[in-house]
Ligand binder design. Structure first.
Ligand SMILES: NC(=O)c1ccc[n+]([C@@H]2O[C@H](COP(=O)([O-])OP(=O)(O)OC[C@H]3O[C@@H](n4cnc5c(N)ncnc54)[C@H](OP(=O)(O)O)[C@@H]3O)[C@@H](O)[C@H]2O)c1
Length: 230
């Protein structure tokens, strides 16, 4: 099967490259930057062309607007990238009778209840632009009616890209004492573990008849509160 990965240069995209090395499937890694097959997922025509050219039967969407703070002021691009673009990918896979694996976030929750674990069928209660646009992305994929697996995860970290763990490690290397806000909780999740889970689902064809939303995070929690995902 030909599998296309978007956002290959990001944290999760890089981990997907590592786990896919021994695959029996054929992976095509794409991003907007040099070094990959170029694909801007905000452009439906571009997606259709790449899908047709490579006979793609599965898309793993690792691309998104992920800067939570800047999302508040960045304007329409956040909705375009987090909602319209996943809908584009869903349409392309529906037309190809393929599968879309999409990654979403615990930020689709955030209002009440916050400090208790949330289940997949719980109503989204986003409190910011990032969470709201990611929730719209989930809804728009489902509205297309494509075969889909949506995996909500939380606080990704890896050796690639920017993340909370790397920020804290850099700070501890340079400062004798750190002051950290205590107003958020989450389940730090190793992006390599998520990539392995996605790989297992796709490689072993575990998606058949299983369209829907699933939660995936590592265990335990940070900042002294309970995990928002169950
Ligand atoms: N990071 C987290 O803590 C976290 C937590 C929960 C869920 N998630 C979700 O997990 C997924 C992966 O997150 P991540 O941390 O791996 O993201 P990331 O490191 O920010 O990577 C996203 C990638 O998408 C690329 N991209 C941006 N605009 C694009 C476009 N128009 N077309 C194609 N690619 C584009 C980015 O390129 P540029 O860098 O050049 O813009 C980047 O390479 C996302 O869906 C995110 O919402 C992340």
């Amino acid at each position: 099967m030909n599998i296309l990965v978007t956002g290959a240069n990001g944290q999760l995209g890089n981990e997907m490259q590592l786990v896919a090395k021994d695959s029996k499937d054929n992976y095509i890694f794409t991003d907007v930057c040099d070094g990959y097959e170029k694909l801007d997922i905000t452009c439906l025509d571009e997606i259709r062309k790449v899908v047709k050219k490579n006979n793609v039967k599965c898309i793993i969407n690792c691309a998104a607007w992920t800067n939570v703070d800047k999302a508040e002021t960045a304007g329409d691009i956040v909705e375009t990238l987090n909602a319209t673009a996943p809908e584009n990918l869903a349409k392309a896979m529906k037309e190809a009778d393929g599968l879309l694996v999409h990654v979403s976030t615990d930020y689709v929750f955030g209002g009440d209840p916050y400090n208790t674990p949330c289940k997949e069928d719980q109503k989204g209660t986003p409190t910011g632009v990032y969470g709201l646009t990611k929730l719209h992305g989930e809804e728009r994929i489902q509205a297309v009616g494509v075969n889909h697996i949506i995996l909500r995860t939380a606080w990704l970290y890896s050796e690639f890209g920017h993340n909370f763990v790397k920020t804290m490690m850099n700070l501890t290397a340079t400062k004798p004492q750190l002051k950290v806000v205590f107003d958020q909780c989450g389940t730090p999740t190793y992006a390599g573990d998520l990539a392995n889970a996605i790989f297992d689902i796709v490689e072993n064809r575990k998606y058949e008849g299983k369209s829907g939303i699933y939660h995936f995070s590592n265990e335990a929690y940070a900042a002294g509160m309970t995990s928002p995902l169950r």
